[in-house]
Design a protein around this ligand. Sequence first.
Ligand SMILES: Nc1nc2c(ncn2[C@@H]2O[C@H](COP(=O)(O)OP(=O)(O)OP(=O)(O)O)[C@@H](O)[C@H]2O)c(=O)[nH]1
Ligand SMILES: [Zn+2]
Ligand SMILES: [Zn+2]
Ligand SMILES: [Zn+2]
Ligand SMILES: [Zn+2]
Length: 261
Amino acid sequence: MCTTCGCGDSELVPVELHEKILAGNDRAARHNREHFLEAGVLALNLMGSPGAGKTAVLEATARAAAGKGWRLGAVSADLATDNDAVRLEKAGIPSKAITTGQACHLDAELVHRSLHGVAWQKTDVFFIENVGNLVCPAIYDLGQAANVVVLSVTEGEDKPLKYPTMFLAADLVLISKCDLIPHLDFDMASLEDALARVMPRPQVLKVSARTGEGMDAWVAWLAARRLEHGLVGKVAGLAAHVHPAAQPHGHGHGPGGHSHG
Ligand SMILES: Nc1nc2c(ncn2[C@@H]2O[C@H](COP(=O)(O)OP(=O)(O)OP(=O)(O)O)[C@@H](O)[C@H]2O)c(=O)[nH]1
Ligand SMILES: [Zn+2]
Ligand SMILES: [Zn+2]
Ligand SMILES: [Zn+2]
Ligand SMILES: [Zn+2]
């Protein structure tokens, strides 16, 4: 059970306290967003159920985007292990684990702290793999440019209707493990209908990390987001992040600001 957000249980965490936590998180998220934009980094918050295939999608992304010349990087959240970060490193994506302990979601401050241990400024696309959880990660802004939800074909077509908060926040849904469809009683039209009902602007891609299906379209989507956010042609790593002294800055670095590296 999550001790900070209580996963929406207002008896566990009173509503006023939760609102205060979210306001503090929004401040930290704005700060992260400045870091990413100044450094020319496209940051993505990758969410989904435990085992949906988030890490597998990233491993496949390293293969599919090889021709792009992008430098990829990631932080990967897990309650107890660094398994995903190890897998991503093996796949050629420099990565760091964020071990969240009891917390079932990432928050912006956790992400900020983790940036000190990874060369995120020298990346073009930076993935934040959230804790496997289809509920509360959606309500914590991390400073990302976009939210991507991985939903596998084995989870059931009704999941967007049962967990609307997650899909309301999604800029893109990757329907994963599509190679398994021939072996399942799975109704793609029904899932697409559920997504269309919940997502404000439904954007959906069908992928398989196993076969590579749909990965080119996913890489093209990433390229379009880099263009949209004005990141194409920006040389990542040049903009050292310095906090103006007048600006209140709450994460305890020395006077005059700090830079990450
Ligand atoms: N058939 C098939 N299996 C897949 C695919 N992607 C992932 N899997 C399997 O699904 C399981 C979970 O994949 P992960 O990539 O670890 O999922 P995850 O969402 O990162 O899991 P957590 O980080 O633990 O929440 C593994 O056994 C993978 O081999 C796919 O495209 N096709
Ligand atoms: Zn900072
Ligand atoms: Zn994972
Ligand atoms: Zn939580
Ligand atoms: Zn800092």
